[in-house]
Write a protein that binds this ligand. Structure first.
Ligand SMILES: [Zn+2]
Length: 272
C-alpha cells in the first residue's frame, strides 16, 4: 500500500520541539504560525491533523489546557507513526566507547535583559544572567528549583538573553566556551529553553558533540550536529529502546553506550 505524502518541513520542526508530544504554549503558537504561512505543511500529513486543533487556538488567540492536552496526544501519535514508517532505524548499530563525558554549567554574567514574548498579550520577561532567574511562567513553574548554574534553569527567554548578550559582547564567547555557546544558539534558534531536566552532559567524540539531557522520564533528549553542520534535536526512548520519529544522529553508538551506563547506575564524568 502506498503511504500518503508527508511534509518533511513540518516533521523536522516537530522533531526540534518535542519527542514526547509535550509543547509549551509558545511552541504551540510557533507551530500555528508555521502552518499559517506554509500551505504545503498545512495540507500534507501530518499538517491537517495538527491544523484542526490549532485553528481553534488561533480563532480565540488563547491556548487552553484542553487544547494543549489534545495536541500532546496527536503529537505522540504522529511521532510513533513517523517512527514506524522509518527505514533508517531498522539498520542495527553497535555501542561505541570512544568518547568523553563532561558536565555543563551556565556561566554567571552580570547582565539583566528584558525579553519580549512571542505570545499575544503577554508582558516581557525580565532575565538576570548572573542569578539565572526569569519572571516568565515557565521559569517559575518548572525551573526555579534547580540549583545555581544548572542548565535546567535556562528558559527560552534566558537562552534568547544569552544569545543577545553574546551578540553585544563577543568577549563573552571565550568566557562561555564554544560548546556551551553552540548549545545556547541552538536552543535560542528553535525558541527552546534548556529542557527542564535534572541532568545535562556533553559527550565529546571523534566527529561529534552530543548534548544529552534527561530526568526520570522515558525520553532522553540529544542535541547534536548533523552531517551538514547544523545542530539538531533527537530523542531516545529508554523504555522502548528507540529513536524519536525513527531518526538518529551521527555518533549514535556513543549515545547507546552512555545510555546503557545510565541504566546500570553509572554516570561517568571524565576530565573535570
Ligand atoms: Zn523565562
Amino acid at each position: 500500500m502506498e503511504e500518503p505524502a508527508k511534509n518533511d518541513d513540518l516533521i523536522h520542526f516537530l522533531r526540534q520541539i518535542t519527542a514526547d508530544g509535550i509543547v509549551d504554549k509558545q511552541e504551540i503558537w510557533d507551530l500555528g504560525t508555521l502552518l499559517q504561512v506554509n500551505d504545503d505543511a498545512r495540507t500534507a500529513w501530518p499538517g491537517p491533523v495538527i491544523w484542526e486543533i490549532l485553528q481553534q487556538i488561533f480563532a480565540d488567540k488563547v491556548v487552553s489546557d484542553e487544547e494543549a492536552e489534545d495536541l500532546t496526544v496527536r503529537l505522540r501519535q504522529i511521532e510513533k507513526e513517523c517512527h514506524d514508517r522509518s527505514e533508517a532505524e531498522k539498520a542495527e548499530i553497535l555501542p561505541e566507547t570512544n568518547y568523553t563525558v563532561r558536565e555543563l554549567e551556565l556561566p554567571a554574567i552580570d547582565m539583566r535583559l528584558e525579553i519580549e514574548s512571542t505570545l499575544p498579550n503577554e508582558s516581557p520577561a525580565r532575565v538576570d544572567l548572573g542569578e539565572h532567574t526569569c519572571t516568565c511562567s515557565d521559569w517559575n513553574a518548572h525551573r526555579k528549583s534547580y540549583g545555581a548554574n544548572s542548565i535546567g534553569r535556562l528558559c527560552r527567554c534566558m537562552s534568547t538573553a544569552f544569545e543577545r548578550a553574546l551578540n553585544g559582547r563577543p568577549e563573552l564567547y571565550d568566557e562561555m566556551g564554544a560548546t556551551l555557546v553552540n548549545l545556547i544558539r541552538l536552543l535560542s534558534t528553535y525558541g527552546l529553553g534548556g529542557l527542564a531536566e535534572a541532568q545535562w552532559r556533553l559527550l565529546e567524540g571523534e566527529g561529534f558533540n552530543h548534548f544529552v539531557s534527561w530526568d526520570e522520564g522515558d525520553w532522553i533528549a540529544v542535541f547534536t550536529e548533523n552531517d551538514e553542520g547544523l545542530f539538531e534535536r533527537f530523542g531516545f526512548n529508554r523504555r522502548e529502546s528507540r529513536w524519536a520519529f525513527g531518526v538518529r544522529p551521527l555518533g549514535a553508538g556513543a549515545l547507546l553506550d552512555f545510555i546503557s551506563g545510565l541504566e546500570s547506575g553509572h554516570q561517568p564524568i571524565d576530565g573535570q
